[in-house]
Design a protein around this ligand. Structure first.
Ligand code: 13P
Ligand code: SF4
Length: 306
């Protein structure tokens, strides 16, 4: 099917199913173009609560669709590519969480939303890259076990020095794999460029950045900035929205030579969205034993809104 025909069919099915399509900035641009709303993990989780529709199609990876389902148990949530899974979402051992709980009385287990529903049930509160600093500061506990991402955990620990952090060894293969040499080479070629980085990057790469933030925060930075050139240290999918918010302003965006692509997000193609709407592919069904994972998500929304 040609793209314009697919767009028309998606619109028809969306109406028939009373569905809203949400997409993360990392899915392919032609998938983002089908969405009613495009955003970062925090925006999508929060927004899903406010929608009036019976079905939500979540173009992203499984932890995002699970989070939306947990916050909206009464609605049908479809994940168009059910095998799209964030590798970092699994990088925590229960034994390490139990050991930290045994070692510290005054401990909060802070879980990055990039985690499975089961891992969330081991946790006290969730965070996203957009709200982690704010949420951790709001917690009464002095000791923080931050799971699964060691880089986001380390970044937050630098900004909240009054708390004691225990870090876990998880990481995003794409951000963790970014080479500082490639970043330095880009800075040499584009000395005027503002360097934007996602906090999932290593400490070494973050040291090269002028601004660190979630995907949405980086896009907002571009929208407000007078700069003409940006070196962007996250998955290349953000280019579409960065170009969109700077339309008419001749801004240029440079990504590392080893183009950062999230293979899982890349599989969420327009065809999978069509199949989800047409055949109900990828319906998210949360088992009863992970119902506890809703509480850390709810607490995140509450603390982030303070
Ligand atoms: P954001 O919450 O910044 O969109 O990041 C999600 C993610 O998966 C980063 O790799
Ligand atoms: Fe997971 Fe990294 Fe892909 Fe984000 S970019 S979904 S953290 S693998």
């Amino acid at each position: 099917m040609e793209y314009p025909e697919l767009v028309a069919e998606v619109a028809r099915l969306k109406h028939e199913r009373d569905a809203v399509i949400l997409a993360h900035y990392y899915v392919p641009p032609e998938t983002q173009a089908l969405a009613d709303h495009v955003g970062d993990s925090f925006y999508l989780a929060r927004l899903a609560r406010t929608l009036e529709c019976s079905t939500i199609v979540l173009c992203g990876v499984s932890f995002m669709a699970e989070s939306v389902k947990m916050l909206n148990p009464g609605r049908t949530v479809l994940l168009p590519e059910p095998t799209a899974d964030c590798p970092m979402a699994h990088m925590v051992r229960k034994a390490d969480v139990d050991a930290a709980r045994a070692a510290y009385d005054d401990l909060a287990v802070v879980c990055y939303i990039n985690s499975t529903a089961e891992i969330k049930t081991w946790s006290d509160v969730c965070v996203t890259s957009a709200n982690a600093v704010k949420v951790v500061r709001e917690l009464p506990q002095e000791n923080i076990l931050f799971i699964p991402d060691m880089h986001l955990g380390h970044y937050v620990s630098q900004l909240v020095p009054e708390k004691h952090f225990i870090l876990n060894k998880g990481y995003c293969p794409i951000h963790h794999g970014m080479q500082v040499a490639e970043v330095k080479a880009l800075k040499l070629t584009h000395p005027e460029a503002v360097v934007l980085a996602h906090p999932e990057c290593t400490e070494e790469v973050l040291a090269e950045a002028d601004y660190i933030g979630s995907t949405k925060q980086m896009i907002d930075y571009v929208a407000k900035s007078d700069a003409a050139e940006f070196i962007v240290l996250t998955v290349e999918g953000v280019r579409r929205e960065m170009e969109h918010v700077s339309e008419g302003a001749d801004k240029r965006f440079y990504f590392p030579a080893t183009t950062p692509v999230c293979a899982d997000m890349a599989r969420v193609t327009p065809e999978t969205v069509l199949e989800a709407l047409r055949d109900g592919v990828g319906e998210v069904d949360m088992p009863a034993n992970v119902a506890d994972a809703t509480a850390p998500l709810e607490l995140m929304l509450e603390l982030a809104a303070r």
